[in-house]
Design a binder for this molecule. Structure first.
Ligand code: ADP
Ligand code: MG
Length: 290
C-alpha cells in the first residue's frame, strides 16, 4: 500500500520537474511551502492540490489582466472600489454597479457619462473598462482627439478602413473627453464612420462635459452631430453627474457656481446670462482658482 502522505524527495522532484515542463512558475515556487504544510498536517492532500493550482491560476489571471490593460491603453488604473459615491450624491450607485455587470457590453450598447470637469467621468469609464477586462472582454481606451488623429493619419496614408477595423475589434471602446478640445475639420466625419461601423456590433463608453444639444458646435457640423447622435442614442444609457469637481474638493468654495453646475443634456438657453448664475463666490474672485 502506498503512503497516503507521500512527500518523499523523488516524488517532489518529479512534481517539480513536471511543473517546469508545464510552465507553472508560481506553483513551482509555492510547492515547498505547500508540502511543508501538508507534512505538518495543516492541510489535507486535496487542499494542497487546490492551493497549488489556484496559486498558478491567480498568477496567470493577473498577467493576462496586466497585458490586456496595457493593450487597451488603460495606463492609469481606476476602480469602482476607489470611487467615493458619497461625494457625488446625484450619481445612482446601483446604476453604476449594474453597468459593472457588463450587460451593456454584451448588448453592444453605448454608455454616456456626462458632467462638468472633475466629476469622475474618466474614473468611472476606466473602472468599468477594468471590470470588462477582468471579465475577459477586450477593451480599448482613447480620447476623442487621439481617436480622430489616428483616423486622420490613417486616411492620409490610405489605410482608413484598416484603422476602422482596428477600432471595431475591442468589445468595449472608451472614447474620453468629448467636447474639451475643438474637433479638427473633417474629424466629425471620421468619428461618424467609426461609430457607424461599431453600431450594434460593439459597446462604447463616451464621456463628455457638453450636453448633446451642443454636439453641433463640438463637431463643428450639425449634420454630422445629428447623424452621430442618431446612432449613439439608439441603444444608450445616459448617466448624468451633477456634482462638483473632486479635483477641487478642497477649494470648492473658490469655484464659481456656474462651473459647479451640470453639463445639461437638455438644450441650452438661447440667451445665457453673461454673468455666472447664483451666488458669487464667497472667497475671492474666480481667477483665484489654482
Ligand atoms: P472627469 O473625467 O469628470 O473630468 P476624473 O474622472 O478625471 O474627472 O476625476 C478627476 C480626479 O478625481 C481623478 O483622479 C479621479 O480618480 C478623482 N475622482 C473624481 N471623482 C471621484 C470620486 N467620487 N471618488 C474618488 N475619486 C474621484
Ligand atoms: Mg476626464
Amino acid at each position: 500500500m502506498t503512503n497516503a502522505l507521500d512527500t518523499t524527495p523523488s516524488t517532489i522532484d518529479r512534481i517539480r520537474h513536471d511543473l517546469v515542463g508545464l510552465k507553472m512558475p508560481r506553483a513551482l515556487e509555492a510547492l515547498d511551502h505547500i508540502v511543508r504544510r501538508l507534512e505538518q498536517g495543516e492541510i489535507a492532500a486535496l487542499e494542497a492540490m487546490d492551493i497549488l493550482l489556484s496559486e498558478e491560476l491567480t498568477l496567470r489571471e493577473n498577467s493576462r489582466i496586466k497585458t490586456a490593460l496595457r493593450m487597451g491603453r488603460l495606463a492609469t488604473i481606476k476602480t469602482l472600489a476607489g470611487f467615493d459615491f458619497s461625494f457625488q450624491p446625484s450619481l445612482d450607485r446601483d446604476r453604476i454597479f449594474t453597468l459593472a455587470q457588463l450587460g451593456f457590453v454584451a448588448r453592444c450598447e453605448v454608455v454616456h457619462l456626462l458632467g462638468p470637469p472633475g466629476t469622475g467621468k474618466s474614473h468611472l469609464a476606466i473602472a468599468l473598462a477594468v471590470e470588462a477586462v477582468k471579465a475577459g472582454k477586450s477593451v480599448y481606451f482613447c480620447t476623442l482627439a487621439e481617436l480622430i488623429a489616428a483616423l486622420a493619419r490613417a486616411e492620409r496614408e490610405g489605410r482608413l478602413q484598416e484603422r476602422i477595423r482596428f477600432f471595431c475589434r475591442p468589445a468595449l471602446l472608451v472614447v474620453d473627453e468629448i467636447g474639451y478640445l475643438p474637433v479638427v475639420h473633417g474629424g466629425g466625419n471620421l468619428f461618424f464612420q467609426l461609430v457607424n461601423a461599431r453600431y450594434e456590433k460593439g459597446a462604447m463608453i463616451l464621456t463628455s462635459n457638453r450636453g448633446f444639444a451642443e454636439w453641433g458646435e463640438v463637431f463643428g457640423d450639425p449634420v454630422v452631430a445629428t447623424a452621430l447622435l442618431d446612432r449613439l442614442l439608439h441603444h444608450a444609457v445616459v448617466v448624468q453627474i451633477e456634482g462638483s469637481s473632486y479635483r477641487l474638493r478642497q477649494h470648492a468654495e473658490l469655484m464659481p457656481e456656474h462651473l459647479r453646475s451640470k453639463a445639461s443634456i437638455t438644450p441650452p438657453t438661447l440667451n445665457p446670462p453673461s454673468r455666472p448664475r447664483g451666488r458669487p463666490p464667497k472667497n475671492g474672485h474666480p481667477s483665484a482658482i489654482p
